[in-house]
Design a protein around this ligand. Structure first.
Ligand code: NAD
Ligand code: UDX
Length: 463
């Protein structure tokens, strides 16, 4: 089957970059990314690629190359579905905020809406690809909806989870560790798998394209995120023990990481992991395990989240205790608000929870993040519903310049590991602060000896 037209529903952090790379690598395939969010689509179509809605290193150049050639962004969802042979579903699957499974299960309402829309619009056979992260056996529900349309169209459902990490999305897409495609074992299912393999083969080596059954593919995505998050909670648990015992978590991480069975990656102790995926996907895993009565499995994975929440709270508690048990009316400057460097995404960022704790203590928070606006910072805090918008505004303000943000502060807290923080004139910052001048480095990015030599009271995680 020769693929010439692809559509992707959802122009977010996954749909946008993934389709941009497919379009760049497959100039003979027309790729249309559709979304209900008109403002988002308008931003993807902005004449100045600097204004595309997602900041990812290298993404602007790829969009500039492919957009208008074979990459299109549109709000005409039905037209794109109708024309495409392959339809990727890349919509959000957040944690449910209501009803059964509230706070745990994945909310599949957007997925179901897509399935129903595809069922309604499709006039010829289609391959429907689950790109969103979904609970194991979701393909069954999608298939049931699609097969009950009664218009005789045949649908093949594939699972093709995305493993990109934000901040490195373009490199991850260009050079993936693997591409995972799950499909059913029927002849038609195998043909559909091969059609999608054909798309990726334009730039990914055959031995990196793994095909499995649908359920293995769906569950592998949740498993990968659970294992990655578990490593962070494991090293963060050790960071607390290091602080009590005089061991240094960086040294411990290096020592264990040299064991080839453990490996060096994802062992960076921090203020806690954030992002739209880890917490949501583990909660979903816990919910699935519970729904099968596997309580020990559920408890095991839930501990990863419990440890992460503890690590965030521990960081804000350390700030309060170190600042003589009161931060009321003290200026505390946050360097970084995004959940990691090189992204403008703030979903579930540790910074939000640390700020919320400190505002409860009536601290004045000044934020500087190179890619996050004040509007976003305040919206993130409002979303917690701890207090009114007006109250959040009275306690939290953003600055365009890091030196102004730090001026007069009692303390600086580093919440994101942006590279630029290492290159600041820390002597100048020190001179402009209240004394003693405290730094709480939630990412262990600064040089402790140099900071102390300047005069800072410097706290790192895990030493
Ligand atoms: P996102 O919120 O950035 O984007 C989703 C988009 O889908 C939104 O723009 C929304 O308007 C649109 N949408 C929702 N329902 C729609 C509908 N019926 N029709 C048209 N558009 C609709 O989400 P994201 O971060 O791109 O994540 C998408 C999925 O990919 C999730 O399941 C997530 O778990 C998974 N995932 C995310 C990442 C990541 O790093 N963000 C990585 C791997 C997998
Ligand atoms: C993650 C997965 O890595 C990716 O494969 C999946 O597709 C989506 O979820 P993402 O959340 O974008 O990607 O970023 P990631 O690099 O995994 O970082 C997640 C969080 O963990 C960030 O807050 C990061 O700062 C934190 N982290 C990461 C640590 O605290 N220590 C580490 O060693 C690594």
């Amino acid at each position: 089957m020769k693929i010439t037209k692809i559509c992707c529903i959802g122009a977010g952090y996954v749909g946008g970059p993934t389709m941009a790379v497919i379009a760049q690598k497959c100039p003979n395939i027309q790729v249309t990314v559709v979304d209900l969010n008109e403002a988002r689509i308008a931003a993807w179509n902005d004449a100045d690629v600097a204004n595309i809605p997602i900041y990812e290193p290298g993404l602007d150049a790829i969009v500039a190359e492919a957009r208008g050639r074979n990459l299109f962004f549109s709000t005409e969802v039905e037209k794109a579905i109708d024309e495409a042979q392959i339809i990727f579903i890349s919509v959000n699957t957040p944690t449910k905020t209501y009803g059964k499974g509230k706070g745990m299960a994945a909310d599949l309402k957007y997925i179901e809406l897509c399935a129903r829309q595809i069922a309604r619009v499709a006039k010829d056979n289609k391959i429907v690809v689950e790109k969103s992260t979904l609970p194991v056996r979701t393909a069954e529900a999608i298939k049931s909806i699609l097969d009950h349309t009664g218009n005789g169209v045949q649908f093949q459902i594939l699972s093709n989870p995305e493993f990109l990490a934000e901040g490195t999305a373009v490199q991850d897409l260009l050079h993936p560790d693997r591409i995972l495609i799950g499909g059913d074992s029927s002849e038609e299912g195998q043909k559909a798998i091969q059609a999608l393999v054909g798309v990726y083969s334009n730039w990914v080596a055959a031995d990196k394209i793994l095909t499995t059954n649908v359920w293995s593919s769906e569950l592998s995505k949740l498993t990968a995120n659970a294992f990655l998050a578990q490593r962070i909670s494991s090293i963060n648990a050790m960071s607390e023990l290091c602080e009590k015992t005089g061991a240094d978590v960086n040294e411990v991480a290096k020592a264990i990481g040299m064991d080839s069975r453990i490996g060096p990656k994802f062992l960076k102790a921090s203020v806690g992991f954030g992002g739209s995926c880890f917490q949501k996907d583990i909660l979903n895993l816990v919910y699935i395990a519970k729904s099968y009565g596997l309580n020990e499995v559920a408890d095991y994975w839930e501990q990863v989240i419990i440890m992460n929440d503890h690590q965030k709270r521990r960081f804000s508690n350390t700030i309060v205790q170190t600042l003589y048990n009161t931060v009321a009316d003290k200026k505390i400057t946050f360097l970084g608000w995004a959940f990691k460097k090189d992204t403008n995404d703030t979903r579930e960022s540790a910074a939000i929870y640390v700020a919320d704790d400190l505002v409860n203590e009536q601290a004045q928070i000044a934020v500087y993040d190179p890619k996050v606006s004040e509007k976003k910072v305040l919206a993130d805090l409002d979303y917690l519903e701890t207090r009114t918008s007006a109250q959040n505004k009275a306690y939290v303000a953003s600055f365009e310049d890091p030196y102004t943000a730090c001026k007069g502060a009692h303390s600086i807290a580093i919440l994101t590991e942006w590279d630029e923080f290492k290159d600041y004139d820390w002597q100048k910052i020190y001179d402009s602060m209240q004394k003693p001048a405290f730094v709480f480095d939630g990412r262990n990015v600064l040089n402790a000896a140099e900071m102390r030599a300047i005069g800072f009271v410097y706290h790192a995680i895990g030493s």
